[in-house]
Ligand binder design. Structure first.
Ligand SMILES: C[S@@+](CC[C@H](N)C(=O)[O-])C[C@H]1O[C@@H](n2cnc3c(N)ncnc32)[C@H](O)[C@@H]1O
Length: 197
C-alpha cells in the first residue's frame, strides 16, 4: 500500500488544490496524489495553526514534515523576516511546498529534504503535525533528531490526535528530558508544547 511518507511516491500525479483559510491568512495550495491530505487541509493542522502562539519574528524556524506546506507558509506569513525550513522525506511534498511558497511570494521558505538542512542551523520554533503513522521507533528518532536542534529558549508545538497516542507521546517526551505540556485540546486533537532540554 502506498503511504504519504514515501520518499518517491509512485502513484500517478493527480494535481489538485485546497484552500487554507485562517483569521489572518487565505491561501490556495497546490496538492497532488501521494502526499498527505491532498483533498483538504487536515483538521489537526488547522487546529494547530489556530491555537499556536505567534512565531519568533526572526531567526530559523522549522516545519517538520511539511507536506504541501500549510504550516510552513503560515509560519512564513506570520514571521516574514524569519527563515522557515520546511522539511519532508517525500520529494513530491518538498517540491509542492516550494512551489506553493513561490506562488504566495514567501521567499524565505526553504523547502528541502530532511537530510539537506545545514548541520549548524538551530530553530527557535518548530511547528509540526508529525507523521505518527511511521511507527513509534521512527517517530521517536525523528523527534529526537529535530528537538535536539531547538535553541535554549526555543519551543516546539506539535498536534497529535488523542487516539494516536498524544498522552503517551507527552509522557515519553518528558521522560527524555523535554518539558512537555498540553496547551490546547480541541475535538480529538491535543497541542503539545515542548521546550528545549
Ligand atoms: C501528518 S503529515 C503533515 C503534512 C503537513 N505538515 C500538513 O500539515 O498537511 C506528516 C509529514 O511528515 C513527513 N515525514 C515522514 N517521515 C518524516 C521524517 N523522518 N522526516 C521528515 N518528515 C517526515 C511525511 O512525508 C508527511 O508529509
Amino acid at each position: 500500500m502506498a503511504h504519504y511518507f514515501e520518499e518517491r511516491p509512485e502513484s500517478a500525479s493527480r494535481p489538485g488544490s485546497v484552500t487554507l483559510v485562517l483569521p489572518d491568512l487565505h491561501l490556495r495550495l497546490e496538492t497532488d496524489s501521494g502526499v498527505f491530505s491532498p483533498e483538504r487541509v487536515d483538521q489537526g493542522t488547522r487546529i494547530l495553526l489556530e491555537s499556536v502562539p505567534p512565531p519568533p519574528p526572526e531567526g530559523d524556524l522549522l516545519d517538520l514534515g511539511c507536506g504541501y506546506g500549510p504550516i510552513a507558509l503560515t509560519m512564513a506569513s506570520r514571521a516574514p523576516a524569519a527563515t522557515v525550513w520546511a522539511v519532508d522525506v517525500n520529494r513530491r511534498s518538498v517540491d509542492l511546498c516550494a512551489a506553493n511558497a513561490r506562488t504566495a511570494g514567501l521567499d524565505k521558505v526553504r523547502s528541502v529534504h530532511a537530510d539537506e538542512v545545514p548541520e549548524e542551523v538551530r530553530f527557535s520554533a518548530i511547528w509540526s503535525n508529525p507523521a505518527i503513522r511511521i511507527g513509534k521507533t521512527a517517530l521517536h528518532e525523528m523527534l529526537t533528531r529535530w528537538l535536539s536542534r531547538l535553541t535554549p529558549d526555543g519551543a516546539a508545538h506539535l498536534v497529535v490526535q488523542k487516539h494516536l497516542g498524544s498522552d503517551s507521546l507527552q509522557r515519553w517526551l518528558n521522560e527524555q528530558g523535554w518539558p512537555t505540556t498540553r496547551t490546547a485540546s480541541r475535538s480529538s486533537y491535543r497541542i503539545l508544547r515542548v521546550g528545549a532540554r
